[in-house]
Design a protein around this ligand. Sequence first.
Ligand SMILES: [Zn+2]
Length: 406
Amino acid sequence: MVSKQRSEADFERSEKSALGINAKSITPPLADLAKRQENRAERYRIQSVARELFAREGFKQKLEREYDYHRTCKCLVVRQGEVQVRKSKEHKTAFYGGLVTCGSVWSCPVCTAKIQERRRTEISTAMDKAYQDGMKCVMVTLTFPHMAFQKLDDLVKRQADALQKMRAGKPWQKIKDRAGYHGLIRSLELTYGENGWHPHTHEIWMVSKDCDADWLKEKILSRWESACIRAGLLDEKKLDDFRKHAVDVKDNASNSDYLAKMDDSKHWGADREIAKASTKTGRKKGIHPFQFLVQYAEGDDKAGYRWIEYSDVMKGKRQLFWSRGLKAWADIEDLTDEELAAKQDDKADLLALLSGDQWFIVLKHKARSKILNLAENGGKAAMDEWFNCHGRTWRVDTATGEIIDC
Ligand SMILES: [Zn+2]
């Protein structure tokens, strides 16, 4: 137990140190290949759970094809031609080509991981540029009180309304002018805890380096308070608490501050979030909705209903918002989540082409991540061996000529 705790702490530390402000690459370094494969297997596993839940919902709604209920059902399952197994020359990781990808940051654990990795780099680039240009970044976190009985749909609508109300009119323009505001990146986050759904935002403001963070916090708090009251999110009885907790402004925020904050609500990877959810703090702090898939697979039906509620409400909502012109200023190519999920590493070797029958066997054995592991660990020979064994019920041992049951 002690050694496990130590290794998790080491992992956290190594990750934090790798997220330095000038870090060129901010992809979290995973302990080793095995850990990365374990996380990938978990992502594929819970993506299949999502597929099952969506199909169940599609069936309930009497769709002609129940898998049409959500595009994540088809993600990395449905073929778009020949299925390719490729391996990146640079990262040594294997991945599939020739399959449909969904690009859903809310509902697909596999696409989310890929998209998030790229978005981290973009945010980091923009923040570095702000500092290089003589500005600074402040991190603004906006929350509001919520209770277990409140519906997600209602909370998210009111939150959007409050954000809009806060930013309307001349007083807001004055605050921006005085802060020397250049632009912002907003991340919409969602967790579920003891008090139900908890939508909140983390924003990075790029402002003049002379901007006083205490002054800014006071101004934002007063605007956020009035916006939340008008949007029906804040009862006057809760004002004291609201003033203490609803707005947080961190001066001179670094990439690592921001990305760690986002990860807090989003990084659900097998190694951290899932472990956290089973602890008291995890339950109190809230879990990422992907955790519902894990709970459902363990027999918790309520978690399945929550997953559907969540996916329906968040469908089509933008997770990351960049203020107008900011991406162009930071020289970042503006790709949608869907484009990003479909994008492939150009510098990759083609290890194998899988026939339709072979792909069917992979799906039947729930072996999508297994095949990628084999490709990474043993190349084409290892994959061939697996197909030899799983494509039929027996195989001939190449050394002895004996027939072996598979
Ligand atoms: Zn997907």
